[in-house]
Write a new protein. Structure first.
Length: 431
């Protein structure tokens, strides 16, 4: 009897081993970007592994890369049924709709992904380019807007010092007390993008950003900002290049405080499907509008490098290092010329189809050039920032967001040392 059982089970074991061998060969081909071979091997397996998210996604990608778009769409739809939180799968599904010339479906899915506020900026830019192609195929440009409305509590609106007093020579002076307040905060980001070339070529992008913070009591710290940022974008295979020009104004209280002009070339390179480098250089010239601040006018130089790793279809991590130099136009203000270095990291996870979380941390070191005769030293500041936020989808284009942030600055001139924390609760709406 045992002999017959063994003879019966042996073919089943051999079949299972053959499936695993084929699966391993398919994964090796997929990782090597041999999509023709991986497509053929995955096609032999998917009926035996219909509930395998990874296999179906890789089958979809292989089918897409080899031009089998109907097969790719079916595979991505199976993944969506198994894992609705998979943002990467939604993007691939939208791209497949585009290749099938199902432009309205592609636009709907692209906009759905674009409505997630935790989307990386570079992924957002790539979606904008695709939407420009989609709308270009329908003879129109693409425009979308994001609006935030928040209630904010700020523990230290005026950046009051950590210490009760500071010393100049042998004399002690009192510092400014911390002032806490509540505020309403609103922002709008309007983007229009127009395709001017074939797929993977040029697009013109116009962006307008506006920001308003209105304190309940401390109205001298009310803030209004508006900026206009046109840019030319070029995308080709692994590269995305963008040349941004910016004009912006800042108002504090009721007084126009600052105007600036800048340009910022930016380059993104995809090392793999999940690992990307992002680098930009920014030159900005600042013009302070009040006569008392005219000696703050400065040239600002900034160089940034980021490495972004997509850890899973619903999470990513990004580390950024930034170097900054600022130099005054003229005048004798000693708190203008400085060198600064920043290192920050962010981790984002779309936990479920409803909830997403974000953790951010930054260390900053700033050293001023000019010697202070009052404090008998040059100023040297160190800053640490950490924040965490949670978002929840209410409707397809409406999200609830709560964020808390803690910031501390320690300076060798202790009058400039402070700490503060903020809590914001609000809504994010996309149009």
């Amino acid at each position: 009897m045992k002999k017959y059982i063994v003879l019966l089970l042996l073919p089943l074991c051999m079949f299972a081993l053959e499936i695993e061998r084929t699966y391993s060969d398919a994964m090796d081909a997929y990782k090597a970007k041999d999509y023709q071979n991986s497509y053929e091997l995955f096609s032999k397996l998917y009926l035996t592994k219909l509930s395998d998210v990874k296999l179906n996604f890789n089958l979809g990608r292989s089918a897409y890369e080899t031009g089998h778009y109907e097969i790719a769409l079916a595979a991505f739809e199976r993944v969506e049924m198994l894992d609705a939180t998979n943002l990467r799968n939604k993007l691939e599904k939208a791209r497949t709709y585009f290749m099938l010339k199902m432009y309205e479906d592609a636009e709907i899915v692209f906009k759905e992904v674009l409505g997630n506020p935790m989307l990386p900026k570079n992924v957002r830019s790539n979606i904008e380019l695709y939407l420009a192609k989609v709308t270009g195929a329908q003879k129109k440009s693409f425009t979308y807007a994001t609006m935030n409305l928040d209630w904010v509590y700020d523990s230290n609106v005026n950046y009051g010092s950590l210490d009760d007093s500071y010393n100049i020579g042998t004399t002690s002076y009192p510092t400014t007390d911390e002032k806490s307040d509540r505020a309403l905060q609103a922002s709008v980001d309007l983007v229009n993008i127009y395709d001017i070339g074939e797929v993977g070529a040029y697009a013109i992008k116009n962006r307008i950003s506006a920001y308003l913070k209105d304190y309940q009591k401390e109205n001298d710290y009310d803030t209004q900002y508006i900026g206009y940022m046109p840019s030319l974008v070029y995308k080709y295979t692994k590269y995305t290049a963008e040349m941004v020009v910016g004009l912006d104004t800042l108002t504090l209280g009721k007084e126009l405080y600052l105007k600036s002009v800048y340009y910022m070339p930016r380059l993104e390179y995809a090392h793999t499907n999940t690992l990307r480098s992002i680098v930009y250089f920014k030159y900005q010239t600042k013009f302070f509008q009040q006569a008392a601040q005219s000696d703050l006018n400065a040239n600002h130089y900034e160089l940034s490098y980021s490495l972004q790793d997509v850890l899973s279809p619903r999470s990513y991590a990004q580390a950024t290092i930034i170097g900054i130099i600022e130099r005054k136009h003229k005048g004798s203000n000693i708190d203008v010329d400085y060198n600064e270095y920043k290192l920050n990291a962010i981790y984002v996870n779309q936990l479920t189809s409803t909830y997403g979380a974000e953790i951010y941390g930054e260390i900053r070191k700033r050293k001023y050039d000019d010697h202070s005769t009052i404090f008998d030293s040059t100023r040297d500041d160190t800053s640490e920032t950490i924040s965490a936020s949670l978002s929840a989808k209410i409707l397809q284009t409406l999200r609830f967001n709560v964020k808390t942030l803690y910031n501390r600055v320690d300076s060798n001139q202790n009058v400039f040392s402070y700490r503060k924390y903020t809590i914001s609760i609000g809504l994010v709406k996309t149009f």
